[in-house]
Design a protein around this ligand. Structure first.
Ligand code: SIN
Ligand code: CO
Length: 386
């Protein structure tokens, strides 16, 4: 694992979600994890979410990938941004591991940008917390204090920027391995001084609408639901049919909150928190325990699928993975915790003792068949799926 040089205690108490921070040489002797050409090639794939943002003398243009060629963009004033590169390349997924002192369920993805001189996306705010790691080349970054209210405008339909200038509290030219932490809501502006790569480790935060809708999806998906239903408040006279009374409104409001409280809300939230951003790729055929046992003998590697989320509930009685819940017992708890801890690959053989228990055999089969983990042969690592 790469070593992140950071006083975590101080960071959590003084900076996380509060103040921006420049961590000089946060990754000492940082070597790029991708070449610009490979990133550009990835953005030629239809499934990959990518954009090019150009600034031509104050006129902003946004083009969406896949990109057949980049010749039309010229030598300056544009940036290629590729989302969720960690889900396509395991070596990029490794970049998230040093940030696991923060909760796994908040980790979103690694976005990588390649900019040519003058390339920028303009001054803006993000709703997500982000660590920007400088790779090759230099970029000039300015970051302001967190703002509650900001005037935003759209110089292009797909681009939001800040109307008003901000006072930078960080104003620095970043070099390879420098890390900029930008809390949600802090204005920032980066301009490439030369061809340069930036890796953005983003942390998601649901808003009310997103969270409510995710919980509602879980409630709707429940088997044989027997939810309470609204009942009118007792009244001698409801008045005109069109007139909603304050009592009815109060009744409906408390019905919503109280009935939600009566559901197993913690369980629903843990299911939501453990959902992956995209469906996880599943094996071509359902694996049985006999198939998995053969893979131990074949020295296969057990790989956590990038984008899979594994969480353990507070009393360590359940494992949540990709929206599913697995009951834990004294014999499966340790195995489940080891699986949740594992970030990249491990020899399946490491789990041979744990896998003598039938419950653990069932658990690993479920997780493999749901795509949370997959097996690859040690010889060709991530290329050959089992
Ligand atoms: C960039 O990589 O240039 C933009 C990233 C950001 O500001 O969020
Ligand atoms: Co930003």
């Amino acid at each position: 694992m790469m070593t992140l040089t950071l006083d975590r205690k101080k960071f959590l108490s003084e900076y996380w979600q509060q103040k921006p921070l420049l961590i000089k040489a946060g990754f000492a002797n940082f070597n790029d994890l991708i070449e610009a050409e490979i990133l550009a090639g990835l953005a030629q794939e239809a499934e990959v979410d990518s954009r090019v943002i150009e600034n031509r003398a104050g006129t902003w243009q946004v083009s969406h990938g896949p990109f057949a060629s980049y010749d039309q963009f010229g030598d300056s004033d544009w940036t290629l941004l590729v989302q969720s590169v960690n889900e396509w390349m395991p070596e990029i997924h490794a970049l998230l591991e040093p940030f696991r002192f923060l909760p796994d369920w908040r980790l979103d993805d690694v976005m990588i940008s390649f900019a040519v001189p003058g390339g920028s996306v303009g001054p803006h705010l993000d709703q997500y917390d982000v660590f920007i790691i400088q790779g090759e080349g230099q970029r000039h970054w300015q970051v302001g204090e967190r703002v509650k209210q900001a005037n935003e405008f759209r110089p292009h339909a797909d681009l939001k920027q800040l109307q008003d200038p901000f006072v930078p509290v960080i104003d620095a030219v970043l070099e390879a391995g420098d890390i900029l932490y930008i809390p949600a809501g802090c204005p920032h502006h980066g301009v490439a001084l030369e061809a340069s790569l930036n890796y953005s480790v983003g942390f998601r935060a649901a808003n009310t609408a997103e969270l409510t809708s995710q919980v509602a999806d879980m409630l709707l998906a429940a088997e044989a639901p027997n939810y309470p239903r609204y009942r009118d408040p007792q009244a001698a006279d409801y008045g005109a049919g069109y007139q909603v009374s304050a009592e009815q409104l109060a009744q409906l409001r408390s019905f919503l909150f109280e009935s939600l409280q009566q559901t197993d809300l913690d369980n629903l939230l843990l299911q939501v928190m453990s959902q992956s951003k995209r469906p996880l790729p599943q094996p071509d055929f359902a694996l049985t325990w006999a198939d998995v046992a053969a893979c131990i003998d074949d020295d296969m590697l057990l790989c956590r699928t990038a984008g899979a989320r594994l969480l353990i509930d507070p009393p360590q009685q359940q494992l949540y993975a990709s929206g599913d819940c697995y009951e834990l017992t004294n014999s499966s708890r340790e195995f489940a915790v080891a699986l949740a801890e594992q970030w990249l690959e491990r020899p399946l053989r490491d789990y041979a003792v744990a896998l003598q228990h039938q419950q653990n055999q069932q658990l690993i089969c479920h997780l493999l068949n749901d795509g949370v983990f997959h097996l690859v042969s040690e010889a060709d690592d991530d290329s050959e799926d089992a």
